[in-house]
Write a protein of this length. Structure first.
Length: 142
């Protein structure tokens, strides 16, 4: 979710890449809540941290404590914590609401991150530099 959200928020200054502790498909509720805001992630598969081990990033944003303990090739690691929407309840309706809440929280933090980072950097227009950001989550499907 975070990669797609950052792409929507500011693909001019950032080239996001997401990874998880393991590969696999996104959780169906993650796909559904992203579709609600006009972002289709249905064909996206989760990459593992190992898939990005050779990439270099200006920033790495971890989304939970499990990912925070991983070695991440980055200049700056930013550690965010979000509730696990699956662990909040066994009720599918409550889980879906929790996915919406986490989606909105990630989006809000990314918007603030973009405002702070883009305003604090002087990026010469002729150079056309792009910062790379990676979001890492260990929970399945985020």
């Amino acid at each position: 979710m975070a990669e797609a959200l950052l792409n929507r928020i500011d693909s001019e200054h950032f080239q996001p890449a997401s990874a998880s502790m393991s590969r696999g498909q996104l959780h169906p509720f993650a796909v559904e809540v992203m579709k609600e805001i006009g972002i289709d992630v249905s064909s996206n598969a989760r990459r593992s941290l190992a898939d990005l081990r050779d990439d270099r990033f200006d920033f790495a944003i971890t989304l939970d404590e499990k990912a925070a303990g991983q070695k991440i090739p980055s200049t700056e690691v930013i550690r965010w914590k979000f509730d696990d929407p699956i662990a909040l309840s066994d009720d599918p309706d409550k889980q879906l609401r929790a996915f919406r809440m986490v989606r909105d929280q990630i989006s809000q933090r990314l918007r603030l991150f973009v405002i702070v980072e883009v305003r604090s950097q002087t990026i010469p227009a002729e150079v056309g530099l792009k910062a790379q950001a990676a979001q890492f989550a260990s929970r399945p499907g985020l």
